[in-house]
Design a protein around this ligand. Sequence first.
Ligand SMILES: Cc1ncc(COP(=O)(O)O)c(C=O)c1O
Length: 423
Amino acid sequence: MRAKVSRVPGPKSKKALEKMQRLNGGWGLPLPMVFESGQGSYFRDVDGNVFLDFASQVASSPLGYNHPALSAVLKNYSRAPVKIAGQDFIVPEHMEMIEELVNVSPPEMNAAFLVNSGAEAVENAIKSALRRCHGYYGASFEYAFHGRTLGALSCTNSKIVHKAGYWTFPIQRLPFDERAPELLEEMIKREGGAENLSFVIVEAVQGEGGYNIAPDSLMKGIRKVTRGHGIPLICDEIQCGMGRTGKWWAFEHYGIKPDVFCAAKALQVGATIANRSFFPPEPSSISSTWGGGSVIDLAMGAATIKAIKKERLLSNCTRMGGYLLKRLHELAAKHPEVTGPRGLGLMCAFDLADKKARDHVAEHLIANGLVALGAGRKSIRLIPPYTVSEKEIDEAVEIIDKSLVEVRKERKPRGLSPVEHAI
Ligand SMILES: Cc1ncc(COP(=O)(O)O)c(C=O)c1O
């Protein structure tokens, strides 16, 4: 298959997008096409355009479209209900999912609490930390993104639009660089001692904030400081976890273990994962009607973990990530406007001069058949499925190359580029 686009948005997509704008309460900036069906790394829209998808449903479709292992799961479910009150009524899928998840986690992380979204996973990590440490504030990082519920949002620091007008909990901010461990020590002293700090939360690779890869000294240093003071360290693995970086969890690249971590997106359900003793001891202190979401999501998540293992997709993420990064360096050598190519496994990005230039390029990528999202102020992130091939990466690089040439010739954007919305 290859990408093939005639007009974006095509007439059917345009009509549907206009209707959604009227109907959708939380209107964002959706991509300018309406999805119809997909296969592997490609999808077709309702107007017949075929796109190469290097956005993977914002990292939540790790096996690409219509993976046989997931299609097989779907065949098993033809009866209602598929939504269960997962903390009250146990189904085998719930147990199997937790077992699969803890089997790919460090041995001491032997329990998981399942919820409906990434933000809720963060929320429950925070709540569990608060039950242990009765401080009055938490710490997160500049440019962090942890979700949109109020607790998670308070830890978020990537864009003003996420936070403007909403209440915020007491969170202090650390820089996302090697100064962080020392500044954390200073913060602890300044705020009257370690007992006042309830948790530190970090993404080893920042997603929405710009695909920034934490330096080794940051992750190791904050682990040392938090461990020294008995402060829970939360790793948010919602975008960078579940194998995308070539290891199950991005914190493993640093040889550290958090006290608790959060997964969602590629896992198909939200999960807070820790040692059993980390969770509140009283029943119902944390809960949720749909804890675990739908039976199908649970089965899909467990099947995703099994397929990643069976098809050795972690090593494909490492190999293909290395290949994509090499090709991005070649692009940067050819096009001076491309800077900062970076990546860990299949979590890759590059920068353009500013937001306007980034959006202009992204608009051409879409018109040429490559779906890629923005991140941070001026980055384009590339997150293909774990099954991606060298041939598909070559096609993506060809489209980026062509788009950069077109942008240089064209004075102003066509106003097509809604890449900023997604996280
Ligand atoms: C690192 C990170 N944390 C938390 C979230 C929130 O997840 P959700 O949108 O499922 O609530 C996201 C979502 O993009 C994320 O990338």
